[in-house]
Design a protein around this ligand. Structure first.
Ligand code: C5P
Length: 241
C-alpha cells in the first residue's frame, strides 16, 4: 500500500459542491474519503456516488448508535451504498455490534468506534464511566475493542495513544483507524488525545483520519503530501530499514 493510501480525508463540509471540490483536489493525494454526519445529513446517498467518481474508497462514518434492530436495518441500508468502511459506536455493547455486523450485507468493513478522540481522562467520569474499573481511556478502549472483535467487527477506531496496545492484544489483522491527528504547529481544536501522523503509523495504525490539518492548510495538497511523507518514514522505521 502506498503511504498516501493510508490517509482518510474527512470531508467535513456542508454541501455536495464542496465535497466534490475536495475530492477532485485530493484524489491523487489521499486513499479514502470520509463522509460523516454533516455531509451525509445534508446530501444523503447522492454524495457517496459523487465522491466515488474520484476513484477512491469511501469511509461512511455514521457512528450508528441505537437499539440493535434499528442499527441492523441502518447498516443494511448503508452497506448497499458501496462504502469500504462503516462505523458503529461500541458503547452499547455486544448485541448492538453483532446486529451491525449482521446487517452488513455489502462488502464494507464494520469498524467499532471505541472512545472518541475528543474525550480525555477527565471526561470519563462525566459520561458515567466507573473510573475505578476503567481508570484511563486506554482501559475503556481495550474493553470496547474486545467487544468489537467478539462481535465480528473488522477493526476499531481509537486514538494513537492506544493503537499499540490494541494491536498487541488483538493481532495485526484487526484494523485500527486513528483520528485526532495533529502535527506540532497545528491547532488542536476540540481534539484531546492527539498524535502526529508519524506517531500514529509508527505505533501501528493502518489508517489515519485527517480533516482540519489538510482542509485548513494554505495548500491542502501540499499538506497531504507532507503527511504521506511522514507515514512513509514511520513505516520504514517500524520495519527497521
Ligand atoms: O482532523 P480533524 O480533527 O478535523 O478530524 C476529525 C474527524 O475525525 C471528524 O470527521 C470526526 O468525526 C472524526 N473522528 C474523530 N474521533 C473519532 C472518530 C472519528 O475525531 N473517534
Amino acid at each position: 500500500m502506498d503511504p498516501k493510501d493510508r490517509i482518510i480525508f474527512a470531508l467535513d463540509v456542508p454541501s455536495l459542491s464542496e465535497a466534490e471540490k475536495y475530492a477532485g483536489m485530493l484524489k491523487d493525494h489521499v486513499g479514502v474519503f470520509k463522509v460523516g454526519l454533516e455531509l451525509f445529513v445534508a446530501c444523503g446517498p447522492a454524495v457517496i456516488e459523487a465522491v466515488k467518481k474520484s476513484g477512491q474508497g469511501i469511509f461512511l462514518d455514521m457512528k450508528f448508535h441505537d437499539i440493535p434492530e434499528t442499527v441492523r436495518g441502518a447498516m443494511r441500508s448503508a452497506s448497499a451504498l458501496g462504502a469500504e468502511f462503516i462505523t458503529v459506536h461500541c458503547d452499547e455493547g455486544g448485541a448492538l455490534l453483532k446486529a451491525a455486523v449482521e446487517g452488513n450485507t455489502g462488502s464494507a468493513k464494520v469498524l467499532g468506534v471505541t472512545v472518541l478522540t475528543s474525550l480525555s481522562d477527565e471526561s470519563l467520569k462525566e459520561i458515567g464511566i466507573d473510573t475505578n474499573k476503567y481508570r484511563t481511556p486506554l482501559d475503556l478502549v481495550l474493553h470496547r475493542a474486545r467487544l468489537a472483535k467478539l462481535a465480528g467487527c473488522a477493526g476499531v477506531v481509537c486514538s494513537g495513544h492506544e493503537v499499540d496496545s490494541v494491536k498487541n492484544e488483538f493481532g495485526p489483522d484487526f484494523i485500527v483507524v486513528t483520528p485526532g491527528i495533529r502535527s506540532s504547529g497545528d491547532a488542536v481544536g476540540d481534539q484531546k488525545r492527539v498524535v502526529t501522523p508519524y506517531e500514529a503509523i509508527y505505533n501501528g495504525a493502518d489508517y489515519i483520519v485527517v480533516g482540519r490539518p489538510i482542509r485548513k492548510a494554505h495548500d491542502p495538497r501540499k499538506a497531504a503530501e507532507l503527511i504521506a511523507r511522514e507515514i512513509g518514514k514511520a513505516l520504514k522505521d517500524r520495519r527497521g530499514d
